[in-house]
Design a protein around this ligand. Structure first.
Ligand code: 5AD
Ligand code: SF4
Length: 459
């Protein structure tokens, strides 16, 4: 029998009590978002999310495949977590164990073969089919689902549940860029953009639930080309303008973007849309044109510099963050020096940096001319020292300034709230808990390399 999600949800709901759902999430914000959507879709089936794996009725490992030893890490985590399943079964209970995300997509059936405790393996494009999969697994059928279905999972998700004041909204998924080091085009599939009206509607819902900041999410977020109701295709710049018009949206961010898809409209949005935060995460990976070419990035280091300059012209206070890979096959000392020079030229407010690791099935995995691991480690250390220096300098330059901070959560220390500045700096502030979820003017009083401390400005 073919069920629609809704019918099944109702069917199952009638039969179930409150059950515990434990989700462990690795990787990018896309995965964090996916985990919350899985919780949304399982909620009508009676599952409530819990923070600990003990005694859970369902456990989902939402995995990431992007860097080294991803599969090994998942198997060792399964080894650890299966004890909870055994303990529950010893008491006569049942626990479904699932592997989701990009490792699930890449390894599929192999996970079931190697880990008999696993009941379900499903890839990122199938989450809307979860109710059906759970039904099968409860009927003692082991499930593998790594399809790329033709219908959009987005259209089959229930309304989002409260994400708090800083909410994520997925607008685009997948990647057609095929950088030679990257598994994403294989695990997440082709680029897909959601229609404009669906996104604006979801932004309204998020505001109704208390959101004040919305981060537009996509693997290649600025490759966005969604259809509007007038049949025209919109890019990210126009979409940002539309989201900014939603009443109650006070700040907008977007991530992750690609230099190739930065167009004039997006730069104009940074100039014209005040609600767009002055922070841009724009991965460059390398400052060497030879390496950029081998990575199939399809832009040069000068083009990157040009984008940065154009963005700064459009919004003078904007700051940048990036991703870097060191030790890509064929990378010489000179190539590395080119990357260091690019970092010196641009000056970043934060960055993520990684040692290259060959991902099976990607073109770079077959390249020769590998960089010795000790050389790659030394390059990584040099790059990270420089970046740390840059963002410590940026944090220090913030001291004495007053910034609008959205308090997102309680801080680690008693009586403190934690939030982010418009420039995405983490900040801790002694403040009353009633300010949680609010934008508040904060004066920065001190800085470390990783975070700021501030005080609420009272008039
Ligand atoms: N090795 C090292 N880093 C990688 N990344 C993606 N694939 C690899 C790989 N094979 C990094 C890139 C990307 C970030 C999300 O992860 O810098 O931007
Ligand atoms: Fe991977 Fe490149 Fe696509 Fe980013 S743009 S997801 S690095 S293939």
């Amino acid at each position: 029998m073919v069920y629609t999600v809704l019918e099944m949800t109702q069917n199952v709901q009638e039969k179930t009590q409150q059950k515990k759902l434990y989700i462990k999430t690795w990787g990018c914000q896309m995965n964090v978002y996916d985990s919350s959507r899985m919780a949304d879709i399982l909620r009508p089936l009676g599952y409530a999310q819990v923070d600990v794996p003990e005694d859970a009725d369902m456990m989902i490992l939402n995995t990431c495949h992007i860097r080294e030893k991803a599969t090994d890490k998942v198997f060792s985590e399964i080894g650890r977590l299966k004890e909870h399943k055994k303990a529950k079964e010893a008491k006569g209970g049942q626990m479904l164990m699932a592997v989701a995300g990009c490792v699930a997509q890449a390894e599929g059936d192999f996970i079931l073969q190697r880990a008999p405790v696993i009941d379900m393996v499903f890839g990122p494009q199938t989450y809307h089919e979860l109710p059906e999969m759970v039904l099968k697994a409860n009927g003692n059928e082991r499930v593998v689902n790594t399809e790329f279905p033709t219908i959009s999972k987005f259209d089959n998700f229930p309304e989002q549940q409260n994400q708090g004041a800083a909410a994520f909204l997925s607008i685009q998924e997948g990647c057609d860029k095929f950088c030679t080091f990257c598994v994403v085009p294989y695990t997440r599939g082709a680029e897909y953009s959601r229609p404009v009206d669906k996104i604006v509607e979801e932004a309204r819902q998020l505001v109704d639930q208390g959101a004040k900041e919305i981060t537009l999410l996509g693997q290649n977020v600025n490759a966005y080309h969604g259809e509007n109701t007038d049949g025209k295709v919109w890019g990210l710049g126009r979409l940002i303008e539309a989201v900014a018009e939603v009443k109650g949206v006070e700040q907008i961010r977007y991530t992750t973007s690609h230099p190739r898809d930065v167009d004039d409209e997006l730069i104009a949005a940074h100039r014209d849309v005040e609600k767009l935060a002055p922070f841009l995460h724009l991965p460059v990976q390398s400052g060497s044109d030879k390496i950029l070419k081998a990575m199939n990035r399809k832009h040069t280091s000068d083009r990157y510099r040009e984008i940065i300059a154009d963005m700064r012209k459009a919004r003078s206070d904007i700051v940048f963050s990036s991703d870097f890979i060191v030790g890509f096959p064929g990378e010489t000392d000179q190539d590395h020096e080119d990357t260091i020079q690019l970092i010196r030229d641009v000056v970043f407010a934060s960055a993520y940096s990684f040692k290259y690791s060959a991902r099976p099935g990607t073109p770079a995995a077959n390249m020769s001319n590998l960089v010795r691991p000790d050389v790659a480690s030394a390059r990584l250390a040099e790059l990270q020292d420089l970046i740390t220096e840059q963002y410590f300098d940026f944090n220090k330059s913030s001291v004495g300034k007053t910034m609008r901070v959205l308090f997102e959560r309680t801080g680690k220390k008693e009586g403190q709230l934690q939030g982010r500045t418009p420039f995405y700096q983490a900040i801790n502030v002694p403040a009353n808990e009633r300010l949680l979820g609010e934008f508040v003017d904060v004066k920065v009083t001190s800085a470390t390399a990783n975070a700021l401390v501030g005080e609420v400005v009272t008039i």
